[in-house]
Design a protein around this ligand. Structure first.
Ligand code: SF4
Ligand code: MG
Length: 332
């Protein structure tokens, strides 16, 4: 055991209705996901937009409730906690959102925003909280006098630094970052990623990095889970995923990154997550698909050539042609 976060068979479907309110189907945003995160580990969740990554991130912190399955934080089933106990747990698990313009309350000063989680979990005096806010602002690269200013006075990159300080305030052991730099100017993305990486190491944080940016993922993550239409189709160490991917979808994703990929890039559009394809969900876009793929759903399993903890959901993971070597590149 020892996992800080463990998801078992987690499912979240959203009902879709037509213009007359009739039920048109269910979006299978997350459909039977099992995952774990070790203390101090960075797990990246990657995939195209619309594959269910953000919903999965919200389920991890129980900002949304699954229809089925369990989410355990440090062994505790979050679905079994009272609202009060869940609130108390929240100090140990925090989220950083994509949009720093929407995630800070415009009616709070920067200092109030960073202090709020400390006040909610109320175990410090006002003077201690002020000192802690100052230390947090300094740690994320802001100045003490910024505490009295308003979020709208700051750039996107600075706002994301404020959001990071706020997420750290209560001393969390797990943070989920949903595309934490993708809304920022390219010129500041690397600075914010480097800051996050330093903090993750310094504080021994477990971090779930939800991202479509594979260059950043390769630079930051210890392990990677690849998501496609609500399912995990491959997981493994960052090295295994980038140098020896066993799922054709992972290969196509890597092939779509300029300067990284050697395989053919992704073809076609993501099918609708309402009534996803039968059998292997990737078979409508897979260059290796055979007849069985349209019929039988491949389990997420360790192949004969894969190392420990490296699993893929592909009938042909052991017989795929070798992957062309990746080119070296620098993140950001
Ligand atoms: Fe492609 Fe078939 Fe593997 Fe699915 S199971 S990824 S369709 S080869
Ligand atoms: Mg998203």
């Amino acid at each position: 055991e020892g996992a800080i976060l463990r998801l078992e068979n987690v499912r979240r479907h959203f009902t879709v209705r037509g213009p007359m309110g009739q039920r048109r189907g269910a979006v299978q945003a997350v459909d039977g996901v099992s995952l774990h995160v070790q203390p101090g580990e960075v797990l990246a969740v990657v995939g195209e937009s619309g594959c269910g990554k953000s919903t999965l991130g919200r389920l991890m912190l129980r900002l949304d409730a699954p229809d089925a399955g369990t989410v355990r934080f440090e062994g505790r089933d979050l679905g079994a906690l009272s609202a009060r106990d869940l609130r108390a747990q929240r100090r140990w698990m925090q989220m950083i959102f994509q949009d720093p313009y929407a995630s800070l309350d415009p009616r709070m000063t920067v200092g109030q925003a960073v202090e709020e989680p400390l006040r909610l979990h109320g175990d410090a005096t006002a003077a201690e909280r002020r000192a802690r806010v100052q230390a947090l602002l300094a740690r994320v690269g802001l100045r003490p006098e910024h505490a009295d200013r308003w979020p709208h006075e700051f750039s996107g990159g600075q706002r994301q630094r404020i959001a990071i300080a706020r997420a750290l305030a209560s001393g969390p052991r797990l943070i989920v970052g949903d595309e934490p730099v993708s809304a920022l100017d390219v010129s500041v993305q690397a600075q914010v990623i480097n800051l996050l990486q330093e903090l993750i190491r310094e504080l021994n944080l477990a971090f779930v990095l939800i991202s479509h940016d594979l260059a950043v993922v390769r630079h930051v993550a210890d392990r990677v889970a690849v998501m496609y239409l609500g399912r995990i189709v491959e997981e493994g160490t960052t090295d295994a995923i980038f140098t020896d991917p066993r799922h054709p979808y992972t290969r196509a994703l890597l092939g779509s990154v300029p300067g990284v990929g050697g395989a053919a890039p992704l073809q076609g559009d993501l099918p609708s997550p309402i009534n996803p394809p039968a059998g292997c969900r990737f078979h409508t876009r897979c260059p290796h698909a055979q007849e069985v793929c349209g019929r039988d759903d491949p389990p997420l399993a360790q192949g004969a050539k894969a190392g420990p903890g490296h699993r893929a959901a592909c009938h042909f993971q052991d017989t795929l042609p070798p992957m062309p070597p990746l080119r070296e590149h620098r993140a950001g």
